[in-house]
Design a protein around this ligand. Structure first.
Ligand code: 13P
Length: 288
């Protein structure tokens, strides 16, 4: 199966009350790791690309070709969507032009009227190409590609306005933040999640900053209407810890352990295993 958009997989998740994992690509190893994980446990998957990753990996076109070709090469048969993560207006359009099947336009730092207007424009262009669209209301805290957001709570009425535009899924700040959660983090704001859900009906909601949220809170968020969970930091940490262990054990000094492919293999494997654990938690295993 080639790349598909994320609309149908999230509608299925909405009906089945589970969530699809959105996993951020960071390098070629992550492409392999996530695709192999999804195929092994028969889960749909969303592979996501931030602006920083796009620059690092040779642009949106290179990445869409690479992912398409890996799907063929690895004989992946589960549904895979390729998604622009936190796109600026230009990045969202570039993703649409270059073969991405899903885009997020992140206008959360703009006044709501401007966010709505630009989201509408992206939506019209995306729809013409059969591409799914995620919008954001209320910034997600923490740091993403060098940008700091204060993590404001989303206004449920603004969420309704976005839903009425016809976006396919919506990211709404409910106390979640990107990166590591601080010790004094208050947890997800479930009252707000319930109020947002009331406003947007069946529209699938997206939980950004999915790394490090306690499992019971993840399960509760899914019960209350979250159908897409974004994970990046935990995968990065798993990759780097496995790589550090490789060096600490002196494996780079043994035999041909200096070869980059050998050195990157433990990180790839750790990423693959973590991805499977997340899919089990999100309930998407066996849904493909
Ligand atoms: P984490 O890096 O905190 O897992 O967040 C990922 C994310 O939300 C990407 O959009």
């Amino acid at each position: 199966m080639g790349l598909i958009n994320a609309k149908e997989m999230l509608e299925d998740a909405n009906r089945g009350r589970y969530a699809i994992g959105h996993f951020n690509l960071n390098n070629m190893e992550s492409v392999r790791a996530f695709l192999l994980a999804a195929e092994e446990v028969r889960s749909p998957i969303i592979l996501a690309v931030s602006g920083g990753t796009a620059k690092y990996m040779g642009g949106y076109r290179t990445i869409s070709h690479m992912v398409e070709d890996f799907i063929q090469y690895l004989k992946i048969t589960v549904p895979v969507a390729l998604h622009v993560d936190h796109g600026t207006y230009e990045e969202a359009l570039e993703g649409i032009r270059q073969g991405f099947t899903s885009v997020m336009f992140d206008g959360s730092s703009l006044p709501i009227e401007r966010n709505l207007q630009l989201t509408k424009e992206v939506l019209e262009l995306a729809e013409a190409h059969g591409i799914s669209v995620e919008a954001e209301v209320g910034g997600i805290g923490g740091e993403e590609d060098g940008k700091i957001s204060m993590g404001e709570r989303a206004n449920p009425e603004h969420c309704k306005m976005m839903a009425d535009l016809g976006v396919d899924f919506l990211a709404a700040g409910i106390g979640n933040i990107h990166g590591k959660y601080p010790q004094d983090w208050e947890g997800l704001d479930f009252d707000l999640l319930v109020r947002i859900k009331k406003q947007v009906g069946h529209l699938p909601l997206v939980l950004h900053g999915g790394s490090g949220i306690p499992e019971d809170q993840i399960r509760k968020a899914i019960e209350l209407g979250v159908n897409k969970i974004n994970v990046n930091t935990e995968c990065q940490i798993a990759f780097t810890e496995a790589t550090r262990k490789y060096f600490e054990e002196g494996k780079d000094l043994a035999s041909r352990g200096f070869a980059p492919r050998a050195m990157l293999a433990p990180g790839l494997e750790a990423t693959r295993r973590l991805c499977i654990r997340k899919m089990e938690l999100f309930g998407s295993v066996g849904r493909a």
